[in-house]
Design a binder for this molecule. Structure first.
Ligand code: ADP
Ligand code: MG
Ligand code: MG
Length: 885
């Protein structure tokens, strides 16, 4: 026979799955010999059976009866007995704590008769009637589903009538009157009277806990937090102790350390003559733990002793609920407490110093997400703020600047030293330049994996996307807040990428101490010390190297200060924007090879200069440079705009030969699916001199750096290879250039030639490709697009939310690597690549390189390094260390 019910003395803290978090910890405290009111737990298994069968499983009622009988025996009283009743609480408790589920019903067992018995036996009628009205209120609300407001309003009305604001001022008669009111409310709302039978009360409350597993709020919460649907909740039934007995009684909550700052020293609130949630409900002013010592020194000292015992036992910060009944302390709950990111880091290090845990364990207790959080600048919450709208918190940070509505203005204003926020309906690759110079990016459309969001996160740029209340009119240079003000170009706005909020005007920000420290400021602050110690420990523990994605010398230098061990991805496309667009146009419209070469000859020295600066910034560390990847038409003017311009010129009789050629090129290069078009290695093969010009620029820059006594290790990377033949052709050309440059410069240049693995075909034929590659870098953004067959820039806004809701994936595969599908390709390619080429270097340069869950996967595959945006480097160092533990 299955067992559904367990006495508190039977369980322990590791049985959360069976007993729920609350039940497991009540059992643990019981077995530690702490003063816990006795009781028993109905297991999650019973709940699962109930939900499956649509009713209580066979045998449950008998087991409850048996446990109830022994509880009654132990307490020397029977549930709801008329003379001297035993009362119990019925408390929900799933494995993971879950707001949205039924909470707790106290004082179960009271009825019209037993309340009189309790009044007599306790010699405290006020307490007895106060307990009864609480039962009616909680039962009516959580079991019978009547709005809590209804009861609170009735209580408030009565208090008003009596001219008081404190519930403790209500006397016996007042409470009796309130009880009648509550009973009427229950009858009116449910069509039946409050159940007087104590056992029926108990059974209904248990059933309500089971049912609450499937309330909308609970379901929603589980989706958000990725908690499995089928776990079910446990129910705890526990003898009542009474904090509402009088001023020598009370109820409280406390933490063994400050959960906000992580400071050592206890922290808590206590409220006299109170029951249950009164303490946190703010109905009366609570006193601090220190002040509790004045009120009841004995209980206070005992509590402190227990707190320290619990912390030693759990070896972690504990969150505790307790009650004092007539000077006697009772423990009602404990769990490892939730904490802020700051507290997480500080507590972990303190506990290691105290010898409670070792540094490995300390490292396990902090996360990359918490660190990322500590690195964002924040808006000062105390400042006055005017909220305009709320969008999605796409890329964290707090950005203030003048609103601009196109990339050119962004660049122009930024160049003259202004802070700007680029506001767009949505962004396209064209906006890249504007995004790079902006403090933040705000869009009215698109979700967390829209172009704006992904690119902004990659750059560590603050971004709020999908703020739908904004009507963005880029032409007019303004946005209107639906039902609110209009913001024009140049008006200052503030966006909070951690909350998605958009404010009017400049909200003051506080810079992050952690970032100031990395940037070289002398910040001697406990939090910063804790962070650095844990990162240093992670550095010792990790196997994975951490590189950065950096396209400029500035980013490279910053990433290096943040601990990057090289560049894993230097994109070259932005090097063709701005003034250089003209040269790219020249290249594209050139009529013959001579024309092309002339255009490339002009680009060469510019590119060389770009790379020289990057090699300087990354002196001594490997630098992976990706040859130009995007479709060329991205560098050309818009088809419609150009056509209009030409038509106008024609009508005025002007002849625009170059524009006409340009138009022909734009038409020729136009693609229905640019993502699947002429890009990556295909460009290198279609326009041979483009790649070789870049290779030459890289190698000449490296040679110059070497000659100046520096160290450079360029890794030339060919994008979008599908077949080894493509790689062989391009590799041959680059090798020829390398031979020439080394001969001309008279110096040997250490360099590698490798490829991205970002097409399923490449992953599946990696064994062949590895024979022609010195390294693989997994371009997991494209690999995800190509494997799922959806375009990152298009699908997010249209159906991702539905997909997430329906659980097709728990998080966007662009945010966290889809290990099952895309990950399988990464694993296969790594294994077959290494089989052919044992020295093959393996890395990853997609967005996922900075994502904690993905980093753990890459560690398991055995990659050599991950590469991520400069701001994610410390996060990746920490997570790579955690992954290696
Ligand atoms: P939650 O999960 O919402 O914290 P609990 O089951 O912990 O709900 O109950 C809330 C509060 O009710 C507890 O903090 C405690 O003050 C009170 N409570 C629960 N059970 C008892 C009991 N047996 N005796 C006295 N108070 C209780
Ligand atoms: Mg609780
Ligand atoms: Mg790619």
């Amino acid at each position: 026979m299955v067992t559904f019910v367990y006495d508190f003395a039977q369980g322990n803290k590791d049985q959360k799955d069976l007993l729920g978090g609350k039940g497991a910890n009540l059992a643990e405290m019981t077995n530690l010999g702490l003063p816990v009111p006795p009781g028993f737990t109905i297991s999650t298994e019973a709940c699962r059976a109930y939900l499956k069968n649509g009713g209580e499983p066979e045998g449950l009622a008998d087991e409850v009866s048996a446990h109830l009988t022994s509880l009654e025996k132990a307490m020397g009283r029977s549930l709801g007995a008329p003379g001297d009743p035993l009362l119990v609480s019925v408390r929900s408790g799933a494995a993971a704590s879950m707001p949205g589920m039924m909470e707790t019903v106290l004082n179960v067992g009271l009825n019209d008769e037993s309340v009189q018995g309790l009044a007599r036996s306790s010699d405290n009628p006020r307490f007895a009637y106060d307990s009864y009205r609480r039962l009616l209120q909680m039962f009516g609300n959580t079991v019978l589903g009547i709005e809590g407001e209804t009861f609170r309003d009735a209580l408030d009305d009565l208090k008003k009538e009596r001219g008081t604001t404190a519930d403790t001022d209500l006397g016996v008669e007042d409470l009796q009157e309130l009880i009648e009111t509550y009973k009427t409310i229950i009858e009116k709302h449910t069509g039946r009277s409050f159940p007087q039978d104590p056992r029926e009360q108990l059974d209904l409350a248990v059933r309500a806990v089971f049912d609450s597993w499937n309330t909308d709020r609970a379901v929603l919460y589980r989706r958000q937090e990725q908690i499995a649907e089928d776990l079910g909740t446990a129910v705890n039934i526990q003898a009542m102790v009474f904090g509402n007995f009088g001023m020598d009684s009370g109820s409280g909550v406390c933490f063994t350390r400050d959960p906000a700052s992580g400071d050592q020293g206890v922290y808590g609130d206590y409220l006299q003559n109170a029951q249950g949630e009164d303490v946190v409900a703010g109905i009366r002013n609570t006193v601090s733990l220190a002040d509790m010592a004045e009120v009841d020194k004995k209980s206070h000292d005992e509590l402190l002793g227990i707190m320290s015992k619990l912390e030693q036992h759990y070896r972690d910060m504990c969150d505790i609920e307790f009650t004092v009944e007539r000077g006697k302390l009772w423990m009602l709950q404990t769990r490892v407490g939730k904490r802020t990111p700051e507290a997480a880091f500080r507590i972990a290090v303190h506990m290691a110093d105290e010898g409670l845990i070792d540094m490995d364990e300390a490292l396990r207790r902090v996360t990359g997400e918490q660190l990322a959080n500590l690195m964002f600048p924040r808006f000062d919450e105390k400042a006055e703020r005017t909220l305009l709208a709320k969008g999605m918190n796409a890329s964290p940070g707090a950005a203030v600047g003048k609103a601009v509505f196109d990339w050119a203005t962004a660049v122009e204003w930024a160049e003259r030293g202004e802070d700007v926020i680029l506001v767009r309906k949505e962004t396209t690759p064209d906006d890249l330049h504007g995004m790079m110079v902006a403090r933040g990016v705000l869009t009215s459309r698109g979700g967390k994996t829209s172009h704006a969001a992904v690119v902004a996160r990659g750059m560590g740029r603050t971004c709020v996307c999908g703020a739908e209340a904004l009507e963005v009119d880029a032409r007019e240079g303004e946005f209107e807040v639906r039902g609110g003000p209009t913001v024009r170009e140049g008006d200052v706005i503030s966006i909070d990428g951690s909350t998605g909020e958009v404010f009017l005007g400049a909200v003051p920000v506080t810079p992050s101490d952690v970032v100031r420290y990395f940037e070289g400021d002398d910040v001697d602050q406990p939090l910063v010390q804790a962070v650095t110690r844990l990162i240093e420990h992670a550095d010792k523990a990790r196997r994975l190297k951490v590189r950065t994605n950096a396209d400029t010398a500035e980013d490279a230098a910053r990433a290096r200060r943040f601990g990057a061990q090289g560049i894993g991805l230097c994109r070259t496309e932005h090097m063709f924007l701005g003034d250089r667009r003209q040269l790219v146009e020249n290249l594209i419209v050139a009529e013959d090879e001579a024309g092309q070469e002339a255009a490339l000859a002009e680009l060469l020295p510019l590119q060389r200069e770009d790379f020289t600066r990057i090699f300087e910034a990354m002196d001594g560390l490997p630098v992976t440079i990706r040859l130009i990847d995007p479709p060329l038409h991205e560098f050309l003017p818009d088809l419609t705009e150009l056509s209009v311009k030409l038509a106008l010129a024609d009508s005025r009789g002007h002849r625009k030969k170059r524009d006409r050629k340009l138009l022909a090129a734009v038409q020729r290069l136009h693609e229905q699916n640019p993502m699947l078009g002429l890009r990556g290695v295909r460009l290198g093969i279609a326009i041979p001199h483009l790649f070789t010009m870049q290779a030459r620029a890289i190698l000449e820059a490296a040679a110059a750096h070497l000659k100046r006594g520096g160290r450079a290790e360029p890794e030339i990377m060919i994008p979008l290879v599908a077949s080894v033949r493509e790689l062989d052709i391009v590799r041959g050309q680059i090798q020829e250039i390398a031979r020439q440059v080394q001969e001309q410069q008279g110096i040997e240049i250490p360099h590698l030639i490798g490829t991205m693995i970002e097409l399923p075909r490449a992953a599946l034929t990696a064994g062949k490709i590895a024979g022609s590659a010195d390294f693989f870098s997994f371009g997991t953004n494209d690999l995800t697009q190509m494997t799922w067959g959806f375009s990152r820039d298009d699908v997010e806004a249209s159906f991702f939310s539905t997909y997430l809701e329906q659980g097709i994936f728990p998080v966007s595969p662009f945010e966290s690597l889809d290990t099952e599908g895309v990950g399988a390709l990464v694993r296969t390619a790594s294994e077959s690549g290494r089989e052919v080429n044992a020295t093959l270097k393996l890395g990853v340069c997609g967005e996922h390189g900075g994502d904690p869950a993905s980093i753990h996967f890459f560690e398991s595959v055995g990659l050599d390094y991950v590469s991520c945006s400069p701001f994610r480097v410390p996060v990746a160092r920490l997570e790579a260390g955690r992954a290696a533990l």
